[in-house]
Every structure is written in C-alpha cells, then in structure tokens.
Design a protein around this ligand. Structure first.
Ligand code: AMP
Ligand code: MG
Length: 328
C-alpha cells in the first residue's frame, strides 16, 4: 500500500519515522519529486537502486536542511563554494565536494566525492530538519522514465513499492538541479539546470562546463544515460524544420491517430488549430512545464512531436538538454 499524504506536521513525522526505519519516502522539492532514503543506511540506499532499476554506477545526491553543518559530510570546502552556498542555497544547486565517507559508498558508487543539495521547497526543508540526517534522493521515477513533478507521477511509478509519498503540489522549477563540481580551483557544471553558468560566474568570476567525449568516463555518470523518456512515440524538430514536423503530424491524423505538438510560444503561432502540449513563453516556463507535459503527452498522444525552442544559453541549456534526450 502506498499512501499519498499532505505535508502536515503529523505526516512529516510519519515520513521521518519511515526514513529512520530504513524505508523509502517520496517527497517534493522545488525541482522534481525525490525518492528519499537514509544516506547512512546501506540497505536503505541499495533499496533505492532496486526499486528504481537505477544503474549501480549512477551516484545519488545527499539532501540536507539549510542549517546542517556540511563539514560533517565533506572536507576541503573552497571559499568560492561558500560564496555559492550563500548566494544560491537553499535552491536548485547541487555541489560536489570531497566526501568524508559518512554517506555510504552505495550512494556515491565508490567515488571519493559527495553531491550535496539544500532544497528550497518548504516541505523538503521541514522534513530534512525533522530527520536531521543526510537523505539521499534521486528523482522519484523509474530509471529512464520522465522525472515526476506531482505526487501522482510518483504514485504511477511506485504504487505498492514504497509506503509513503508526501504531497507538496506541483514542483515549480520542473527540471533537476544544476550539478556543479566545486572540488577544483574553478567550478565546473556537470549538469545544466536553473542555476546557470552566468549566475555562477557572477559570484565566482569563472565557470567551466564539462564536455564528455565519446568513450571517456563522465565525471557525472548520470548525464550519460538516456533519461526522461515518455512511454509513447516521440519526434524532435528544430524551428526551421516546422514544415516537416507538420507533415508528420498530418500523416498521423490520416491514420486516425492522435498526434500532439509540444512547443513554446514562438512555434505555437505556426501551429494554430492543432493539438498542442504548450510549454510556455520563457525558458523558466518551459523548464517548469516540460516534464508535466511529457507525462500528459504519454497519456493522451500517439506521438509527441517536439519543436525545439530556438534559443541558447541560460536556462535554455538545461531545457534543451532534457528535451533532446526525451524526444530524440
Ligand atoms: P538524479 O537524482 O536522478 O537526478 O541524479 C543525480 C545525478 O547527480 C547523478 O546522475 C550524477 O550525474 C550527479 N551526481 C551525484 N553524485 C555525484 C558525484 N559524487 N559526482 C558527480 N556527479 C554526481
Ligand atoms: Mg533522475
């Protein structure tokens, strides 16, 4: 039996008890829903990999509350990392430090580093404050499926497999956190997200972006996997290819099927009268709606025909990266 409960004090205490007892709990953050476990409990951490079907070389992020003493978990924190913590946490930024080994090897996949996040969402802060231990939490979806942004999404993937999901409504951010390696002299983005390169440069002055070449071991293993795939057909076109995308749409209509476009404000203007999963106007809107609309599309569309927003940089980096891997 999997319960979905509102984030009241009593229910958060229930969540705490389950977590301390080695069980898994779904909970909301400002990015996506997480599937939490006690990061110091080997068995609980292994259970995450099992229920998700997650590859065992894809490490987990440890979540702590905003007053948690990070030096309990990590060492050699650089001054610029402290500046970033001050500027952007609590928030959708994950920082990779040298680990002290308190969070178990099963969670870090044997790496000597640990990724830490201090989520902003009120319900997540409250839960983390109550437990006062590092909670490791990947996104609460089956491995390779679209990340969840509502409690119902989590339920769809884990009904009967976890005891509790804390319901905090729809996640506002909508895409996973920026993962930033802060072990080096210069910070390096391993995964793009809502905290952008430009925002990091504003605080530190410089920021690298990891590019992994074919055949090379990635620093952030998660970025190597196909991810976020909806359970329906997908196709991806650029804005210039819109005519071709309309031909594909018409082909599906002719066959008596239900195609949907997925697009931003710009492309929508060329698709009047057609079925549309509308992502919004700004990069932030698109990030916020992307997974929600992919999940909606897999329920009702025979194909999702996605049109890439015609912009780069800032939050578009994170958005394009997810959209391409979901729909290619
Ligand atoms: P998920 O929670 O499913 O969005 O995935 C978390 C991602 O964070 C992983 O896939 C990695 O890419 C990244 N990550 C977690 N721990 C580390 C680490 N120690 N070093 C580098 N990247 C990490
Ligand atoms: Mg994930």
């Amino acid at each position: 039996m999997t319960k979905i409960l509102k984030a009241t004090k009593d229910n958060l205490i229930k969540a705490k008890e389950l977590l301390l007892n080695g069980e898994l709990v779904g909970f909301p953050t400002e990015t996506v829903y997480g599937l939490g476990a006690d990061g110091t409990n080997k068995k609980a951490v292994s259970e995450i990999y099992k229920v998700k079907g997650r590859p065992s070389d894809n490490p987990l992020i440890a979540h702590v509350h905003k007053d948690y003493d990070l030096t309990k978990l990590v060492k050699n924190i650089r001054p610029y990392a402290l500046d970033l913590i001050k500027a952007y946490t609590p928030g959708p930024l994950t920082l990779v430090f040298e680990s002290k080994g308190v969070v178990v090897d099963e969670a870090t996949c044997g790496l000597n580093t640990l990724a830490i996040r201090i989520p902003l969402k009120k319900e997540a802060q409250e839960l983390l404050k109550l437990v006062d231990i590092p909670i490791v939490a990947p996104s609460a979806n089956l491995s390779k499926h679209v990340s969840p942004v509502t409690a119902e999404h989590v339920y769809k993937d884990f009904e009967g497999k976890i005891p509790l999901i804390i319901d905090g409504g729809k996640c506002e951010g909508g895409i996973e956190s920026t993962v930033l390696d802060v072990t080096g002299e210069v910070p390096e983005i391993l995964r793009a997200g809502l905290i952008t390169k430009e925002m990091i440069e504003k605080v530190v002055g410089v920021c690298k972006v990891a590019k992994h070449k074919e055949g090379e071991k990635a620093k952030s293993p998660g970025v190597m996997y196909t991810h976020y795939r909806p359970k329906t057909n997908t196709a991806l076109f650029t804005k210039e290819e819109i005519q071709k995308s309309i031909e594909l749409y018409e082909e599906y209509i002719k066959q008596g099927k239900t195609p949907y476009f997925m697009c931003d404000e710009d492309a929508k203007k060329d698709l009047v009268g057609k079925n549309i999963l509308y992502l919004g106007k700004t990069a932030e809107d698109i990030a916020s709606n992307l997974y929600y609309k992919l999940r909606e599309g897999e329920e009702k569309a025979d194909i999702i025909i996605a049109i890439e927003p015609a912009y780069n940089g800032g939050v578009y980096e994170g958005v394009l990266n997810r959209l391409r891997r979901a729909c290619k």
